[in-house]
Write a protein that binds this ligand. Structure first.
Ligand SMILES: Cc1cc2nc3c(=O)[nH]c(=O)nc-3n(C[C@H](O)[C@H](O)[C@H](O)COP(=O)(O)OP(=O)(O)OC[C@H]3O[C@@H](n4cnc5c(N)ncnc54)[C@H](O)[C@@H]3O)c2cc1C
Length: 383
């Protein structure tokens, strides 16, 4: 019996495992293939809902699911930290035990680096705990300065800080605190989502301006002491409430494996997602896919899902002795919450030459509901 190892049960891992399971012919008591999913957490988090958690539109237990609910005939979740990955032999070691497979799909995402000075004085809204605590402080907030900080590059979900700022502004307006609150966003980027072109970047900046959110691009964070942020240009900013994105790195298990490229992330064929090792694939945030314009493909869940579906399909074909027939073509879509029950749909092809053709729509109610539906469908379909 063939065995497929899926590393990580976040966005990409869940889609890969479910697609493989659905198409494998496995059913009760008939296991034609064995799918092992390795995950260190007990819960699978749906990160696009974190900004809603920040402003109290979600409770923590509405945005994750118990990992064990993934289990299905022939599909088994093994909980534990991955200690070693051997792509040459298609094997992985967890809890001291080595598991060997015929195919491997790596979807380990990014590792967030804990930085005590930031954690002591602000909230890392890329975690359930940080977004929850930010919300608790926001509920008590009466007036003053709220800062959103992109602490370093690269970071996943490049729209998330902008979305968070606009949702916080919406909360402040609803609670009648606009006249006594200043919201500022600091980032080392030259502009929002620059990889999507100047037009889109300016449009998104325009939405911030419309809302009166102060935007500080080219601000490289250097340190924090108490409630004061410091930047490499010598500027300082005193805040009352801080939400920040953490420093990202490639997971240690990847860095220590032969899969890590020069950047620490995993290089893949941008259409098949196969690594330099035959039958070993990598998808989602862990990959580094250079685009023609000199930047990398952004780290967003939509891509992890598409890539997972492509890889699962092609592994199925290979197991059946057929040629793989699907490829990932760079199409992407995501929704940026604006507030007032509206969102901007952003979509295009990121593999376009010489630069991605990505368009952002004016905020509308329909796009907010599309984002709402994506969340509901995610849990309904997978758990
Ligand atoms: C605030 C926020 C908002 C976002 N909004 C959107 C959005 O609106 N649209 C969108 O498309 N994307 C969005 N994203 C991005 C999206 O969540 C990620 O791009 C997506 O989750 C990447 O999927 P992945 O499978 O590569 O990694 P992940 O989903 O992060 O999964 C990786 C998994 O691997 C596990 N793991 C890591 N190391 C180990 C180890 N050593 N042993 C065992 N398990 C391990 C982790 O615990 C995790 O479960 C958002 C992200 C954030 C933080």
């Amino acid at each position: 019996m063939k065995r497929i190892l899926v590393l990580g049960a976040g966005t990409g891992g869940v889609v890969t495992a479910r697609e493989l399971s659905k198409n494998s012919g496995n059913e009760e008591d008939i296991n034609l293939v064995e799918i092992f999913v390795f995950e260190k957490e007990n819960k699978s988090l749906y990160s696009p809902s974190l900004p809603w958690l920040m402003v109290g539109s979600r409770k923590p237990n509405q945005i994750y699911e118990d990992i064990k609910k993934l289990d299905a005939p022939g599909l088994k979740v093994i909980t534990g930290e991955i200690e070693n990955i051997d792509p040459k032999n298609i094997s992985v070691t967890v809890n001291g035990e080595e598991y060997k497979g015929d195919y491997m799909v790596v979807s380990l995402g990014v590792e967030q680096v804990y930085e005590e000075p930031l954690a002591k004085n602000g909230h890392n809204f890329f975690t359930v705990e940080g977004a929850t605590k930010f919300n608790q402080d926001l509920q008590r907030f009466e007036d003053g300065k709220i800062a959103i900080l992109v602490s370093s590059l690269p970071f996943k979900s490049p729209a998330a800080p902008y979305e968070a700022a606009m949702l916080i502004d919406d909360f402040i307006a609803k609670h009648g605190m606009s006249s006594k609150t200043e919201i500022s966003l600091f980032t080392p980027e030259g502009g929002p989502m620059e990889f999507a072109g100047k037009e889109l970047s300016d449009e998104l900046k325009g939405l911030l301006v419309q809302k009166g959110i102060k935007y500080y691009p080219n601000h490289q964070f250097t340190s924090i002491s108490g409630n004061t942020l410091e930047f490499s240009n010598g500027e300082k900013y005193e805040f009352d409430l801080l939400a920040y994105t953490p420093k990202h790195q490639s997971p240690v298990a990847i860095q220590q494996s032969a899969l890590a490229g020069n950047s620490g992330w995993v290089n893949v064929d941008r259409n098949t997602m196969e690594t330099a090792f035959p039958d070993v694939y990598a998808i989602g945030d862990i990959t580094d896919i250079p685009l023609e314009m000199g930047v990398s493909l952004p780290k967003i869940g939509f891509f992890a899902k598409q890539q997972g579906a492509v890889v699962a399909r092609n592994i199925g074909r290979k197991m059946a002795g057929k040629q793989p027939d699907k490829s990932f073509n760079g199409e992407g879509q995501f929704f940026i919450e604006y507030g007032k029950g509206m969102a901007s749909a952003t979509e295009g092809n990121f593999y376009d030459s010489p630069a991605p053709e990505v368009k952002m729509k004016t905020p509308e109610h329909l796009s907010h509901w599309s984002k709402w539906w994506s969340e509901k469908y995610w849990f309904f379909k997978n758990f």
